[in-house]
Structures are given as C-alpha cells and as structure tokens.
Design a protein around this ligand. Structure first.
Ligand SMILES: Cc1cc2nc3c(=O)[nH]c(=O)nc-3n(C[C@H](O)[C@H](O)[C@H](O)COP(=O)(O)OP(=O)(O)OC[C@H]3O[C@@H](n4cnc5c(N)ncnc54)[C@H](O)[C@@H]3O)c2cc1C
Length: 376
C-alpha cells in the first residue's frame, strides 16, 4: 500500500475558486437546510443546476454528456459542496459510483441512455446491495434473478437502500447462480418497474431516506444487466474504491466544525485551540490521503485497500469531532433548538454511529486492509 503525497495544480486551484464563487451565489447561508455530508437534502433543482455547471459526472466521456475531467477535479467540487452541507442527496450516488460504474461496465446502449441524465443531475441512483440477512457478508445475497424469455425475473428483498424512494434507478446485486462470488450479477432497475415496492424505513432522526425494496416477480429485459453474468462481485469490489476513499468519509461534520470553530474563536480557551489544531491536522492528513487515492484512480488503478484504510480512519475521526463539539456545548444538544448549529449537532449525535457502518463496517474494513497488506 502506498499513498503518494500530492498537491493541487494551479488549474485545480482555479476550479476550487470557481466552484466556491458559484456556491456563494447559488447557496447563500440560510437559503437551504444544512446537511451532513452525503446525507445532504434531496433537491433535484439544485442537482440540475450543478449538472448544468458541468460538475456532476465530471469524469465521464464527453460523448455521453460528461466532461472528460479527472477524479481529482470531482474531489475538488465535492469538497466545496460538503464543506457547506449542500443539498447533494439527489445526485450523490450516481455521481460518485454508478456513472463511473456504467461507463466501465455498461453497454453502448446503457451509456447513451443513462450517462447524459446522470451528468445533467436528472437521474438519481440507489445502491441495492444489502439484504435482511446479508450486510457484511454481502456474498450471501439471496435476492434472485432467474433467466426467463428475453430477460430476468427477480424475487426477494433488499434493505437499507438509501434514497430509493426518490431514486429514478437502483443498481441491484442479485444472485444468478449458486456459486458464492461468481453467481452474482448487477442489474439496473427502473424505480417504477411493476412488482417492485419501495417502502421507507424511518431513520433515528425522523428522515425517511432509508428503504426496503420488495421484488415480487419483477421482470426486466436483459439489456438492464450491467456487465457480464457472474461479474457482479468483481464490479462491486471495483466500485468500493470510489465509495470508500473519498472526502465524503471525513467531511460529514465539516459544516458543524466550521461553525464550532467560529464560536470557539471568540475568546477561545487554550484547550479549545488545542482541540481545533488537532482536528485540523487530522483533517488535513485525511484530505491528503483522499487526494492521493483520487490521483491513483486517475492513473487507472483500483486502490481498494487504500480506500478501506481511509474510510476506517476517517469515520472514526468524524465521530470524535461530534464528541468534541458536544463536550464544548456542555450538555446534550437539543433537536428543537432555535439555533441551526445546535439542531444539526443534535442530528449528528443521533446519526453518527451509522457513519462507521454504512459502506462497510470498521471491522470489515480492517479485514480488507489486512488482506490487502498480506497480498502485497
Ligand atoms: C446510514 C446507512 C446507509 C446505508 N445505505 C445503504 C445503501 O444505500 N445500500 C445498501 O445496500 N446498504 C446500505 N446500508 C447497509 C450497510 O451496508 C450495512 O448495514 C453494513 O454493511 C453492515 O451490515 P449489517 O447491517 O447487516 O450488519 P452485520 O453484517 O450483521 O454486522 C453486525 C456486526 O457484526 C460485525 N461483523 C460482521 N461480520 C464480521 C466479521 N466477519 N468479522 C468481524 N466483525 C463482523 C459488524 O462489523 C457489525 O459490527 C446502509 C447502512 C447505514 C447504516
């Protein structure tokens, strides 16, 4: 495993400034609900505006509506968005992983049909991997796609499918044969396909983005298959580098941290200054690691182990940040406070245990890291 230090080029720094200036205009403070990282509000209008700036699907080829830019360029854009707690929920998953996934594994027809809508911020994707009995042990998924005349019939249940209620598409990992790893295939399923029922599950903070998907004799054509039959596991593994190594894994609490720092700066105690320095140093180190992973992706590598290391370290860091802010508040934050900072902190207290679970638990990540190191 090697994370090579790197810095932004003058062109990349210019992009950062351009995005920041645009967001100052488009999202003035107080004009939108402050969000926590990728769980930012679902706002299709904002996603379309961002898409028309060319800042979704940035690395997709121009012929499919993308912009032929780099993973580092995308990192720069999302860093600006997450620092502001922007409403990124609608386009997040399509932009982060299924745009690149369809570009890598999709047919010409799928690319033409789906990538322009992803880059325009018009399509919203959900991840249909977990099942009631398959989370960490993902290779045990049982929701089955059975080949029928001209297509596939799907039966089973998916759970914890974030954003499925408002999604236009779901990429599901389904069992197509008994072989544990080679018996899995990815499919792109339209959210409104007959036989698919999407039921929201209320999350601890009262939001209903979490969903359960029930497939009862759902029939889809073969042209909805993403990649070869049996290639689902390896495709899924490749996507994990995009899912785990990004700045979204350490920036969830950033809008809170910035406000906390502003408050503490007014007559900061020595201990608060020390905490702030420690947090800043850790955030900067994690940023360097994410940047290094993005450069590896741009070089055509699949840094799965490095990404797992970032996620394991970064999500623990985010949780420590919440603990620190609550300690300085001196009491549990109130969800009904008039102060938007305190309300968001109260939400962070409720939801932060999930940060080390979603996208793979820390125990699983440690296994991935140790296996990756052993195989080097
Ligand atoms: C906020 C949030 C959003 C999510 N969004 C999505 C989504 O959009 N799509 C989707 O498909 N899924 C989603 N998930 C599901 C998530 O991927 C799973 O919750 C996660 O992979 C853990 O699976 P599980 O809940 O079944 O727990 P389990 O796998 O049952 O794990 C329970 C505990 O056992 C530990 N454990 C399990 N196996 C091992 C092992 N081999 N070694 C050591 N410890 C082990 C785990 O670390 C954990 O602490 C989301 C989850 C959360 C919390």
């Amino acid at each position: 495993m090697r994370l090579t230090p790197t810095v932004l080029t003058p062109e990349e720094l210019a992009l950062k400034q351009e995005v920041s200036d645009w967001l100052d205009e488009r999202l003035p403070e107080g004009s939108y609900p402050l969000g926590l990282g990728m769980a930012g509000a679902i706002d299709p209008e904002f996603s379309k505006d961002l898409g028309s700036q060319g800042w979704i699907g940035m690395s997709l080829p121009k012929e499919y509506g993308g912009h032929g830019r780099t993973a580092v360029d995308r990192l720069i854009v999302v860093e600006e968005l997450l620092a502001r707690g922007a409403p990124v929920g609608y386009h997040w998953i399509a932009d982060r992983q299924f745009g690149p996934g369809i570009n890598a594994n999709g047919t010409e027809q799928q690319k033409k049909e789906l990538l322009p809508g992803i880059a325009a911020g018009e399509f919203s994707f959900s991840i249909g991997m977990s099942e009631p009995d398959s989370g960490s042990d993902l290779a045990s998924v049982r929701t089955r796609a059975e080949q029928v005349d001209g297509g596939w019939r799907i039966n089973g249940t998916k759970i914890w499918t974030t954003g499925a209620y408002t999604a236009t598409h779901i990429v599901a990992l389904l069992r197509t044969s008994e072989d544990r790893h080679h018996g899995l295939t990815q499919f792109i399923i339209d959210r409104h396909t007959p036989g698919l029922t999407v039921s929201p599950i209320e999350f601890i903070d009262g939001t209903k983005d979490f969903c359960e998907l029930s497939f009862v004799d759902v029939v889809i054509p073969d042209d909805r298959r993403l990649g070869a039959v049996g290639a689902g596991w390896s495709q899924n593994t490749g996507e994990l580098a995009l899912e785990r190594g990004g700045v979204d894994r350490w920036m969830t609490a950033m809008p809170l941290l910035e406000r906390w720092a502003r408050r503490e700066a007014q007559g900061a105690s020595a201990s608060a200054a020390t905490e702030l320095g420690t947090i800043t140093a850790k955030a900067w180190a994690l940023r360097g690691m994410s940047l290094s992973v993005a450069r590896m992706v741009d070089a055509g590598k699949s840094p799965v182990t490095e990404a797992a290391l970032i996620k394991e370290m970064a999500t623990r860091f985010e949780q420590q940040c919440v603990d620190t802010m609550v300690r300085y508040l001196g009491r549990p934050p109130r969800p009904d406070s008039d102060d938007p900072y305190e309300r968001l902190l109260a939400t962070a207290v409720q939801v932060n245990p999930s940060w080390t679970i979603r996208g793979g638990t820390n125990e699983i990540l440690r296994s991935v890291i140790s296996k990756g190191l052993r195989n080097q």
